[in-house]
Design a protein. Sequence first.
Length: 126
Amino acid sequence: MPKDTLPEGEKTHTYEHALGRRLLSLGLYELFGLNVTPEWLDTNIRTPKSGKPFILSLPHIHYNISHCAGMAACAFADSPVGVDVEKPRSVKEDAPVRRDHPLRVHKVKGALFVSLRQSSLKSGVE
């Protein structure tokens, strides 16, 4: 079925998937100097029964892709990693923030980013 005849939801999913794969390619180039093509990814990515894809020829590179609502994210690490992207919800601008909490929420140009303070990792907070 040609892409222009896909139902709207499938078009969005196809776009998000392609965006996630592009982020994977960019990350492999920026972080590891690997210039890969979409065809190379198709040939080298395997998804085991556990459902966590890996790069067959680069098992030491851990990555995870998430996509939703026209957005995508890709994370890389030297051990298994996960990332999740969700449709934005309204957040009160004046919502109180616990200063001692290891999670931080940042609002940048209407997007929310959640991060874990590096000092929390060093102290063993999970």
